[in-house]
Design a binder for this molecule. Structure first.
Ligand code: OAD
Length: 254
């Protein structure tokens, strides 16, 4: 692991743009930011999609066909979500948000865990939903539920409950809001995402075309790496604290 002062030098040598109080930052995070908290990613070796088929557990058709199999997958993920804590990458982003005027910093996350929220981030858009709430397939009521579930849960109305998350083939949440943020941001930072799942994978190109400076942090080069103005290869928990320090030092000397 690199000492933090070295990390800051790394950003200086690449001349990452400094931020001021008026800079609008938009962060897109993916499974890689939660990897160091102990949550498996989807496509790395050992990732979820090595063990399960998307078609069996993450589509509305799979739920219609066999809700028991789908719930077994999500009950296990809900159980694991109780044991994890935010890591230095989540904490660094929360630290940055705290220092910027409200409205100038948003995290759009593809993750269904609540680690950004637990770290203290306030403006978080969970575009693929969250693992805690449940939604009734009959009456559509949404309820927060942190309990351990076994088997298929049911609503008071008798309808089957499903996880309030976005499956393949369904429309991600907050797309209008995200679109406005993409066109309005000065810096777009993507962390821990393979750049393979749309529409999130296209946000980088949209932000770049709209004039934002684009920064990427990822363990491996993502599919869309060529659209980044600056790309740092490594672990989010090791790189983001230094990047945030670099930005905060610049803010102080403003
Ligand atoms: P992926 O599993 O596709 O990609 C995770 C990325 O994180 C990979 O590019 C890794 O190299 C990188 N990575 C792993 N560990 C890291 C670390 N410690 N620091 C930084 N980067 C690291 O996950 P996503 O891109 O989030 O959707 O996947 C997008 C969507 O596909 C998910 O939201 C989910 C999935 O299927 C749905 O379920 C709808």
């Amino acid at each position: 692991m690199m000492p933090e002062s070295e990390v800051v030098k790394m950003f200086e040598s690449k001349q990452i743009p400094l931020i001021g109080p008026d800079t609008r930052l938009l962060v897109l995070s993916g499974a890689g930011i939660s990897a160091e908290s102990g949550i498996r990613t989807f496509r790395d070796s050992g990732g979820f999609w090595e063990e399960y088929r998307v078609e069996d557990v993450a589509t509305p058709e799979a739920f219609e066909r066999d809700p028991e199999v789908v719930w077994r997958f999500y009950n296990e993920r809900r159980r694991q979500a109780r044991d994890v804590r935010p890591n230095p990458a989540h904490m660094a982003l929360a630290r940055l948000e705290e220092r910027l005027p409200k409205g100038n910093f948003t995290v759009v996350t593809q993750n269904v865990d609540s680690l950004h929220d637990l770290a203290g981030s306030k403006e978080v858009l969970h575009m693929h939903g969250r693992i805690d709430p449940l939604r009734c397939v009959e009456c559509s009521e949404i309820s927060e539920n942190m309990e351990h579930l076994d088997g298929i849960p049911y609503c008071g109305c008798g309808g089957m409950l499903r996880p309030h998350i976005v499956w393949f083939g369904e429309m991600p949440m907050y797309l209008d809001e995200i679109n406005n943020l993409l066109y309005g941001c000065d810096i777009f930072l993507a962390v821990g995402t393979s750049g393979l799942v749309y529409p999130a994978a296209g946000f980088l190109q949209t932000a770049a075309a709209a004039g934002a400076k684009t920064v990427g942090v990822n363990l491996d080069a993502p599919a869309n790496v060529s659209y980044f103005d600056y790309f740092f290869q490594g672990r989010a928990g090791e790189i983001l604290p230094g990047l945030v320090d670099y930005w905060l030092e610049g803010l102080q000397s403003d």
